[in-house]
Ligand binder design. Structure first.
Ligand SMILES: [Zn+2]
Length: 82
C-alpha cells in the first residue's frame, strides 16, 4: 500500500487494523471512570487511542467517515483540471 501524497489534514482518527473496519481495542482502552463519548451523548468506559472517551463503534464509524471523506476529496481533486 503506497502512501499518498501527505498534506496537513484535520485530525486523523485511529484507522481500523482489522478487516471489516474493526478496531482492536482489547488492550489498554478501558477506564474505570465513565465519561461522555466524544462522538455521541452516551457514557462510556472506553478510551480511544489518545485516551479520550469514545465507544468503539463510534470510533469505527468516525474512521469509516474519515476514509470516505478522504476518498471523496481525492476524487474531486483528480476531477479538477489544472
Ligand atoms: Zn459513542
Amino acid at each position: 500500500m503506497a502512501p499518498a501524497r501527505r498534506r496537513p489534514e484535520k485530525e486523523t482518527p485511529e484507522l481500523p487494523s482489522i478487516p471489516g473496519g474493526f478496531l482492536d481495542w482489547r488492550h489498554g482502552h478501558w477506564s474505570d471512570v465513565r465519561a461522555q463519548c466524544r462522538y455521541c451523548p452516551q457514557m462510556t468506559n472506553l478510551r480511544d487511542h489518545r485516551g479520550r472517551p469514545a465507544h468503539k463503534v463510534c470510533a469505527e464509524e468516525a474512521a469509516r467517515r474519515w476514509v470516505a471523506e478522504q476518498n471523496e476529496r481525492y476524487e474531486s481533486e483528480r476531477g479538477k483540471s489544472t
